[in-house]
Design a binder for this molecule. Structure first.
Ligand SMILES: Nc1ncnc2c1ncn2[C@@H]1O[C@H](COP(=O)(O)OP(=O)(O)OP(=O)(O)O)[C@@H](O)[C@H]1O
Length: 300
């Protein structure tokens, strides 16, 4: 069942098109990523879908509701964490959760959320005294406190150090296990690859690809490369005869074998049969990063 349906979404700001012909559907329980460079139209898309911005055209349904016409009904079923959210400086963690919980008819136990999201020690800390990672965690709990069926998280980990980013990812994986549908806006490849079940890649206001992270990568290049060193003379014909191998090349002291399918197994079996020891063996595959460059012609 589709929890979110978007078709031909269009939005311009004073004549400048930000989003055009954007279409996608998000299934129940999915973590759906919207990936793209700065200014691609990600936030505009999410704000329209969450009912925070009025689109110029297209159709949007969230849990079968129209975000504009049924805004009041939808409000209690979605949670939103927006990019660059702010709270009053002196508002304490528990006060923020207590306040937000009062907006919803059937909120979660916010005391439990404080514990579950690692904020127990910061319960009475004012917002301004929290670290970047703690603030983000607080915003996630505020997006969740209404017990939503769908959560929108926009640029969740921007500005966090690598450690805090990884901790946040673990929390999102925890969120996945609760069955909530998550729409995650990001411009981090690694984040998209690790967390998202499927991704819409947006560039210049348009969806340029929509697939699983692995599917996106395989569309671009499904070749693999194995790089290793061998001591002494090596007869390349041992490898060029294998059906999985398309090329064997020398790079300095290393051999680089390119091919498809179960290349690693095919190559290591031949090496083992011939009692050849491969040192520094590494397998290289196309990454989501490569896929993005191929799809958009841009690098982050
Ligand atoms: N309120 C606004 N008024 C005018 N132009 C806007 C407004 N909001 C966004 N834009 C423009 O619309 C385009 C899409 O912006 P949007 O914020 O949706 O992109 P984004 O992919 O979320 O970017 P970022 O990763 O930088 O947040 C950009 O060119 C941006 O400058």
């Amino acid at each position: 069942m589709s929890v979110i349906e978007v078709s031909n979404l269009h939005k311009a700001y004073r004549g400048k098109v930000a989003v055009q012909e954007v279409s996608f559907a998000v299934a129940e329980g999915e973590i759906f990523g919207i990936l793209g460079p700065n200014g691609a139209g990600k936030t505009t898309t999410v704000e329209c879908v969450a009912g925070l911005r009025v689109p110029d055209g297209g159709m949007i349904r969230v849990l079968g509701l129209d975000p504009r016409r049924d805004a009041t009904k939808l409000h209690t079923q979605v949670g939103v964490q927006l990019q660059e959210s702010q709270l009053p400086e002196r508002l304490k963690v528990w006060e923020a959760l207590h306040l937000y919980a009062s907006f919803y008819p059937d909120p979660l136990d916010w005391e439990q959320l404080i514990v579950d999201w690692g904020l127990a020690e910061k319960r009475a800390t004012p917002y301004a005294k929290l670290s970047g990672g703690q603030k983000q965690r607080l915003f996630i709990t505020l997006a969740l406190v209404g017990n939503p069926k769908v959560v929108f998280l926009d640029e969740l980990t921007t500005g966090l150090d690598p450690q805090a980013r990884r901790e946040t990812w673990e929390l999102i994986e925890k969120l996945r296990r609760t069955g909530v549908t998550v729409v995650l806006v990001t411009h981090f490849m690694e984040e998209a690859e690790r967390l998202c079940d499927r991704l819409a890649v947006i560039d210049d206001g348009q969806v340029v690809a929509l697939d699983t992270p692995a599917g996106l990568v395989s569309k671009v290049d499904n070749r693999q490369r194995i790089r290793f060193r061998v001591a002494g003379q090596f007869d390349e014909r041992l490898l060029t005869g294998i059906p999985e191998v398309s090329e064997v090349a020398h790079e300095g002291s290393h051999l680089v074998v390119t091919g498809r399918g179960d290349l690693l197994y095919a190559v290591t079996s031949v090496l083992a049969r011939n009692q050849i020891v491969a040192a520094d063996l590494r397998v290289e595959q196309a990454s989501l990063d490569d896929a993005f460059v191929a799809l958009t012609g841009k690098r982050f």
